[in-house]
Write a protein that binds this ligand. Structure first.
Ligand code: SF4
Length: 368
């Protein structure tokens, strides 16, 4: 089976107030060093066919487009890319212009994921985002002009000061651009972030649930089907790369703090950008940990990641992959949730009914 590749670009123009990702502002002087280290890591990696590539971060588009093209070329030299290879890049409004987007499109990038988060100026400010809605609108139309026919938007709900009305407005404005894909994530207050320290007043759990339910019904009306808890797309515009994670398919992650899952082993890279570069510059491996996944770990991951998707898991595939009947391994969890109505059996598939997807964590724990 062809591999997915993830590339981590850990740079941002400014750090958003809620963000605890491995990303840093003010490290412009490290960018060239980092790109060279990344290309070196790609060269040293195992071979294979590749059918999805994803540049995430951080803000990948903070790098000059020629550096992004250099990284993509390094992948093209090392791997056989399938003709329909999905090549995605995350982008923040106000970090790339039409020329840069055209250069990316010409180099083969064919999917853009734009971080809009909200159409409301106060909410963007509360999150510490560096862009406004006009920046997003320009970025979107530049991307279309540059030839991107597959664009995804990221939105957030459960924000400080957010009301149902402002969330409806964000969804309406986002859908009006007719992107092919929309992700809706609820804000998680991560300890240690500036937003956490502010101890903001957030919409309560019932409101957050209502925001989510509204997004589901509004986006369905607009032709977007929910294929994973937080992800909605037009027909056949699901993120093929992200589906690999939920289906537990092999992928390689390159860059500081990236991880790979390959042949039943998880590999974690050094998280610190300087340590990562220094390792590759001195001929050492950037891998900080090699964690073999037990048979039990893999069966468990197959279920709790697969059940995040609307289509759920294929019990026959479980048998093929692991040589065991799923009922023999997770019989109690399956029976309990079927009885409660929190799991459905549809032919060979098991899935969480739509009305329980939002609270799926309480179901997924039974498979751990
Ligand atoms: S742009 Fe993304 S990665 Fe960068 S600080 Fe903001 S949320 Fe974090």
């Amino acid at each position: 089976m062809a591999l997915g590749i993830y590339l981590h670009i850990p740079f941002c123009k400014a750090k958003c107030l809620y963000c605890d990702f491995n990303s840093y502002a003010g490290m412009e002087d490290m960018q060239n060093r980092y790109v060279n280290a990344l290309c070196q890591e790609i060269q040293n990696a195992p071979d294979g066919d590749v059918d999805t590539i994803y540049f995430g971060g951080g803000t990948p588009t903070i790098l000059p487009s020629h550096s992004l093209v250099q990284i993509l070329s390094a992948i093209g030299e090392k791997y056989d890319l399938t003709p329909d290879c999905e090549i995605s890049i995350e982008c923040n409004p106000a970090t790339i212009d039409k020329r840069g987007l055209s250069a990316l499109r010409q180099a083969g990038f064919n999917r853009l994921s734009i971080g809009l988060q909200s159409a409301n100026a106060q909410e963007l400010k509360a999150l510490g985002r560096i862009h406004d809605f006009q920046d997003f609108a320009k970025c979107f139309s530049d991307a279309r002009d540059a030839g991107f026919q597959n664009i995804s938007l990221d939105l957030m709900y459960g924000l400080p000061g957010q009301t149902m009305e402002s969330w409806q407005n964000t969804l309406k404005k986002a859908a009006a651009f007719q992107p092919e894909h929309i992700s809706c994530y609820s804000l998680k207050l991560e300890e240690g972030t500036p937003l956490f320290m502010q101890n903001p007043t957030l919409p309560n759990d019932d409101c957050v649930r209502e925001f989510y339910d509204y997004a589901f019904s509004y986006l369905a009306e607009k032709g977007y089907h929910r294929y994973e808890i937080s992800n909605f797309s037009l027909t056949e515009r699901e993120s093929r790369h992200n589906c690999k994670y939920w289906k537990c398919d092999d992928f390689l992650g390159f860059g500081a703090g990236a991880y790979s899952c390959f042949d039943g082993v998880r590999y974690d890279n050094l998280r610190n950008v300087l340590d990562y570069c220094a390792a590759l510059e001195t001929g050492k491996s950037p891998i900080a940990a090699r964690i073999p996944l037990t048979h039990e770990d893999q069966m468990s991951e197959f279920c709790f990641l697969g059940l995040r998707m609307s289509q759920g898991i294929d019990t026959k595939e479980f048998q093929t992959r692991f040589g065991e009947n799923i009922e023999d391994v997770f019989g109690d969890a399956i029976k309990k949730n079927l009885r409660r109505g929190t799991l459905l059996r549809l032919g060979d598939r098991l899935c969480i009914p739509p009305e329980y997807l939002f609270v799926s964590n309480s179901i997924l724990v039974d498979f751990i």
